[in-house]
Design a protein around this ligand. Structure first.
Ligand code: CAA
Length: 388
């Protein structure tokens, strides 16, 4: 193998990174502290992302989207997360909510729902988890019962990212309780559907600018043609979706870690103790080297998983995608937790205060080890792939 044939991003990917970084430095980073303090959804950031077609970049051009490939989408999420993790959930959750449609939806459903998302007229959330069905997602109880040309939904979804600010929701519900995972179907529910409402804001450790709420279905009646794919295929669609979107959580983790590393590196060059910059001390140099090394490894794993996700989206069967996307999510999020914790340490007392962004980054990093499947579940998924 020559060096020239080694894996690398294309010029378009590199240019995209520069564009997103410039936007993030200009419009998102200056707002990140305030977004965290107030816990309000950043509609101004949403608007800025929409204007640059970065709010849901993965949507194909045929539906009015930017048609970004999976790696380009990772780069967008990574660069937004480097400035503000909450804001990075705009492109990430739009992808999570719409991949079920892209994988399994009819042409009519795709045209109806992907077009407004691409135009920035509505975001899309994903409803799988429930109060009693977190890691064991197939244990869900939300029911969808056919009634003529409609389904009637009853139940509760929990931990729904961007609930209340999204206009559309992919909701998994049980259509045949005797069939277990094969008795679950996926539906599109719209804001304003009768019998559909959202709960109070969860009070969280981090990603405070991205609302997390419950979804309530109280005899919620939706047209039967809102079912995504065939009846009974919803659980497979939900898990196949996560094969693609766990890569976006890895991207978020990379961005948070990079933001922390960049800040800490700048700080140690300026901060003087014992008559010289603390960057001169080898103990700190070794910490920085370890942080950068782990981040580089996480990035390579994430980009490799993104490349597989892109090929699979285009129809190439890839038995290793499930392993790779879990591995990328698990490794990158563990790395983000380590890197942000060490970055706080490098700033000492300052790192522990809200005068610097490191403590926010450390709080934001924590969720990447939990959502879209805890890192313990990622290890279950990886081990199952190895042993089957
Ligand atoms: N793609 C497609 N189909 C898949 C699949 C995949 N990756 N993995 C499994 N399946 C299929 C299986 O083949 C099986 O189908 P058949 O019966 O027809 O063979 C069916 O799905 C059930 O599979 P399992 O028996 O393996 O399912 P399980 O109940 O044992 O659970 C699990 C598997 C991996 C633990 C799964 O429940 C899981 O991933 N749990 C974690 C849930 C999760 O990630 N939740 C995150 C919610 S999203 C979120 O956090 C959102 C947010 O807002 C950011």
């Amino acid at each position: 193998m020559t060096l020239d044939s080694a894996f690398r991003t294309t010029e378009e990917h590199d240019l995209l990174r520069e564009t997103v970084r410039a936007l993030a430095d200009d419009k998102i980073a200056p707002r990140a502290g305030e977004i965290d303090e107030t816990g309000e959804f950043p509609w101004d950031v949403h608007q800025a992302l929409v204007q640059s077609d970065l709010h849901a970049p993965h949507i194909p051009e045929s539906y009015g989207g930017a048609g970004a490939d999976a790696l380009a989408t990772v780069i967008v999420i990574e660069e937004v997360a480097r400035a503000c993790a909450s804001s990075s959930l705009i492109p990430a959750v739009n992808k999570l909510g719409t991949v079920p449609l892209l994988l399994s939806g009819s042409e009519e459903l795709k045209a109806k729902y992907l077009t407004p998302v691409a135009a920035g007229e509505g975001m899309f959330s994903y409803g799988l988890s429930e109060p009693e069905a977190g890691s064991d997602a197939a244990a869900m109880r939300t029911r969808a019962v056919r009634d003529g040309d409609h389904y009637v939904l009853n139940g509760v979804k929990r931990w729904i990212t961007n609930a209340g600010v999204s206009r559309f929701y992919t909701v998994m519900a049980v259509t045949d309780p005797d069939q277990g995972a094969r008795g679950i179907s996926a539906f599109v529910v719209e804001e304003g559907d009768e019998g559909f409402s959202v709960g109070a804001l969860e009070k969280k450790l981090g990603i405070k600018g991205s609302p997390t709420r419950e979804l309530y279905f109280d005899d919620c009646r939706i047209p039967a043609d809102r079912m995504i794919g065939a009846e009974g295929t919803g659980f497979k669609t939900a898990l196949a979706t996560l094969d693609h979107t766990r890569v976006t959580i890895a991207a978020q983790a990379l961005g948070i870690a990079q933001g922390a590393l960049d800040h800490a590196t700048g700080y140690v060059k300026e901060r003087k103790q014992f008559g010289r910059p603390i960057a001169d001390f080898q103990g700190l140099q070794f910490m920085l080297a370890d942080m950068a090394m782990k981040l580089a490894a996480a990035r390579q794993l994430t980009y490799a998983a993104a490349a597989r996700s892109e090929r699979a989206m285009n129809g190439a069967a890839d038995p290793e995608l499930t392993f790779m996307s879990s591995a990328a999510k698990c490794f990158a999020s563990d790395t983000a937790m380590e890197v942000t914790t060490d970055a706080v340490q490098l700033l000492g007392g300052y790192g522990y205060t809200r005068d610097f962004p490191l403590e926010r980054m450390m709080r934001d990093a924590k969720i990447t080890q939990i959502y879209e499947g805890t890192n313990q579940i990622q290890r279950v998924v990886m081990a199952r792939q190895l042993l089957k």
